[in-house]
Ligand binder design. Structure first.
Ligand code: ISL
Ligand code: CA
Length: 578
C-alpha cells in the first residue's frame, strides 16, 4: 500500500536569494535574478523551489528577522516581481514553498515597537519579564546592577538570551539575535495574526511553507508562568515545549487542513522519535521535518569547535530516521542548506575526488527514503570558502561568538580558530552561486556582498553543463531515475553490513522491485557483498543490472556477480536486482 503524495515524489531545490543571481549590480541577489534562471531550474528537473525569506527585513540575520510579513524586501524587488516569479514557476510546473519565520520577528516589526508600551495590547505579543533579584553578585550582562536576567539561557548566536530594555524596564527573550525577539505563542492574538498571514500567502497561490525552528514556539512553563521565572540554564528545554503539538494542530485545523499544501517543519535539537511521529503522522499537522542529527555530528558546542565522526556515526543517525519513519511519517533528506557548510567539503572530499564524492553524496540523497533537497550550488559541487580573516565573514552566528570570545580572552587570536570556522561557518553556504568564468562568477556586475569562491574559474554552471560527465549532469540523471522508479520513492529501506567502515549499502524494496545502492566513502578501493542472512532472497541467484554509476557504465560496474562488489574510491552504484 502506497500513500501517494506529490511532495513525496518531488525534488526540492533551495534558493538563498541573496546569493543566487544579481540583476541590478548592487551585489545582492534578487527576485528578477531568480526569474532569469527559471529555465536553468527547469532543465535541472526540480519540482519544488524553497525560497529563503524575501520579506522586509533589516537583515540582522539575512531575512530571518522579519519586519513585515506581507511585503518584499526592497533589495530583492517588489511584490510584482514576486508574483512574476510564482507565475514563471507555475508555468513550468514547479511549485513554490515560502519560508515561515514565526518563532520571532525583527525588533523593527511594528508589533515589537508597540510592545514596548506596557499598556498596549502588543506588550503581550512578546516575552517580556522582570529580571531576578534573588541572585547576589550576578555579572556579565547588560541589565541594571541589582538584576540578573530572568533565566540563564544563552542565545543560539552567543551571549544571554535576554536583552534589557531601559525604556520598558524589563527583559525580552531572544533565542537568536538580540534583533530577533521571540513571539509569545501563548497569546491567542499572536496565533490569530500568524494564521491570517499564512492564509494570505496561501491565497496568493503558494504551495506550502518551510517552517523555521518550528519546535521552539512553545516555551517551557518555567518561562511562561513564573515572574520572575525559575532559574534554568538548560537550552534543551526550549525544544518541543509543552504546547507544541497543540499549536501545530491548531495551525493545521485553522490554516492547512483541506488545502493540498506541503508543510515542512524545521526541528532544532535532537528529536525524540515519538514526538517526531506525532508531528508527521498521517493525520498530523506536518508533511515532513528537518532533523539535525547528522549535521550535529561534527559541529562542536562552540562555532570554533569540531568533533570527529566516521561513516558508522553518519549511517547510525540516518538509519535511525529511515527506520523510525518507515511506517509513520516521511523523511526529508538533506546534507546541506544555507546554515550548513558545503556537503562535498564536509562529507566528501573536495580535493582529488571532488567530482566522484559529490556524485556519491547526491546518490545517497536521492536513494534514501524521503524527499531529496538540493541546496543551490550542490549540483555543481561547490566547496567551502578559504576564509582568512574575521572581516570576510558576514554571519552573526560566526561573528558574534568569535568577537565575544576574542574580547573575553577565551580565544587568543583568530588564527587559532580559523581552521574550524572554515569548516563550521554558515557563510560557506552563502558565497555567491558560480554561474560562469566571468567576473564574480557571473553572479553580479557590482561588488558582491560576500566573497566569491576563487575556485569559480573551474567550478561553475557553464562548465558543468558542457561536460557530459559533470556533477550537474549526474544530478539530472538521478532526478530522472527517481521519477522512473517508484521503488526509489516509496520502497522500504534495509541496510546491509551495518558496521562496514568504508562502504554503505542498502536495499530498497517495493513489491517485487529491488534496488541495491552501494557507496564507498573512502579514497581507496573497497570490497562488499550482500550477506545472505540479511536479505529475504538468495543473492547468488540474482542478476544485477546497473542503473547508474558515478564512474560511468564501464565493465567494472556492469560485469559483476550480483552478490559481491569491488568499488573504486568514492564509487557509487545503483543496481536493479532481478
Ligand atoms: O543550528 C544551526 C546550524 O547548525 C543554526 O545555525 C541555525 O540557527 C538553526 O539551524 C536554525 O535555523 C533557522 O533559524 C535561524 C536562522 O538564522 C537560520 O538561517 C534558519 O535556517 C533563526 O531564524
Ligand atoms: Ca540586486
Amino acid at each position: 500500500f502506497i500513500q501517494r503524495e506529490w511532495w513525496k515524489e518531488s525534488v526540492i531545490y533551495q534558493i538563498y536569494p541573496r546569493s543566487f543571481n544579481d540583476t541590478n549590480g548592487d551585489g545582492v541577489g534578487d527576485i528578477p535574478g531568480i526569474i532569469e534562471k527559471l529555465d536553468y531550474l527547469d532543465d535541472l528537473g526540480v519540482d519544488i523551489i524553497w525560497l529563503n525569506p524575501v520579506y522586509e527585513s533589516p537583515n540582522a540575520d539575512n531575512g530571518y528577522d522579519i519586519a513585515d510579513y506581507q511585503s518584499i524586501m526592497d533589495e530583492f524587488g517588489t511584490m510584482e516581481d514576486w508574483e512574476n516569479l510564482l507565475e514563471g514557476l507555475h508555468d513550468r510546473d514547479i511549485k513554490l514553498i515560502m519560508d515561515l519565520v514565526v518563532n520571532h520577528t525583527s525588533d523593527e516589526h511594528e508589533w515589537f515597537v508597540n510592545s514596548r508600551d506596557t499598556e498596549s495590547e502588543y506588550h503581550d505579543y512578546y516575552i517580556w519579564k522582570h529580571g531576578r533579584t534573588d541572585i547576589e553578585g550576578f555579572t556579565g550582562h547588560a541589565g541594571p546592577p541589582d538584576e540578573a536576567p530572568p533565566n540563564e539561557w544563552e542565545s543560539f548566536f552567543g551571549g544571554p538570551a535576554w536583552a534589557y530594555d531601559d525604556e520598558v524596564g524589563k527583559w525580552y527573550l531572544h533565542l537568536f539575535d538580540e534583533k530577533q525577539p521571540d513571539l509569545n505563542w501563548e497569546n491567542p492574538d499572536v496565533r490569530d495574526e500568524i494564521f491570517e498571514m499564512m492564509e494570505w500567502w496561501l491565497d496568493k497561490g503558494i504551495d506550502g511553507f518551510r517552517m523555521d525552528v518550528i519546535n521552539l514556539l512553545s516555551k517551557p512553563d518555567s518561562v511562561t508562568q513564573h515572574d520572575p521565572p525559575l532559574n534554568t540554564t538548560n537550552m534543551w528545554e526550549t525544544f518541543d515545549g509543552p504546547r507544541m503539538q497543540e499549536f501545530l494542530d491548531e495551525m493545521y485545523d485553522r490554516v492547512l487542513k483541506g488545502r493540498d499544501v506541503f508543510a515542512l517543519g524545521e526541528m532544532m535539537g535532537r528529536m525524540d522519535m515519538e514526538i517526531a511521529k506525532d508531528y508527521v503522522e498521517a493525520e498530523g499537522p506536518l508533511s515532513t521535518l528537518f532533523h539535525f542529527d547528522h549535521v550535529l555530528l561534527d559541529h562542536g558546542g562552540a562555532i570554533w569547535e569540531r568533533n570527529d565522526w566516521d561513516l558508522n556515526d553518519l549511517r547510525d543517525v540516518l538509519n535511525r530516521w529511515q527506520y523510525g519513519l518507515d511506517q509513520q511519517g516521511w523523511n526529508s533528506i538533506y546534507l546541506s542548506n544555507h546554515d550548513q557548510p558545503r556537503l562535498v567539503s564536509r562529507f566528501g572530499n573536495d580535493g582529488e575526488y571532488r567530482k566522484e564524492s559529490a556524485k556519491l553524496l547526491a546518490t545517497l540523497i536521492f536513494t534514501l527514503r524521503g524527499t531529496p533537497y538540493i541546496f543551490q550550488g550542490a549540483e555543481i559541487g561547490m566547496t567551502n570558502y578559504p576564509f582568512d580573516s574575521l572581516d570576510e565573514f558576514r554571519d552573526v552566528e560566526t561573528i558574534n561568538p568569535v568577537r565575544n570570545a576574542l574580547d573575553s580572552g577565551e580565544i587568543e587570536n583568530f588564527d587559532d580558530v580559523k581552521h574550524a570556522l572554515r569548516q563550521n561557518s554558515r557563510d560557506n553556504a552563502r558565497t555567491p552561486m558560480q554561474w560562469s568564468t566571468e567576473d564574480n562568477a557571473g553572479f553580479t556586475d557590482g561588488e558582491p556582498w560576500i566573497g566569491v569562491n576563487p575556485n569559480y574559474t573551474e567550478i561553475n554552471v557553464a562548465e558543468a553543463r558542457d561536460d557530459p560527465d559533470s556533477i550537474w549532469n549526474y544530478y539530472r540523471e538521478l532526478i530522472e531515475l527517481r521519477k522512473e522508479h517508484d521503488v526509489l520513492v516509496y520502497g522500504h529501506y534495509d541496510v546491509l553490513i551495518n558496521d562496514h567502515e568504508e562502504i554503505w549499502s542498502y536495499i530498497r524494496t517495493l513489491g517485487d522491485e529491488r534496488l541495491l545502492v552501494t557507496l564507498n566513502f573512502a579514497e581507496w578501493e573497497g570490497h562488499t557483498w550482500i550477506p545472505e542472512e540479511q536479505v529475504d532472497f538468495d543473492p547468488h541467484e540474482m542478476e544485477a543490472e546497473l542503473l547508474l554509476c558515478n564512474y560511468g557504465a564501464d565493465e567494472r560496474a556492469t560485469d559483476v556477480d550480483a552478490w559481491a562488489f569491488d568499488l573504486r574510491p568514492w564509487e557509487a552504484r545503483i543496481y536493479r536486482l532481478t
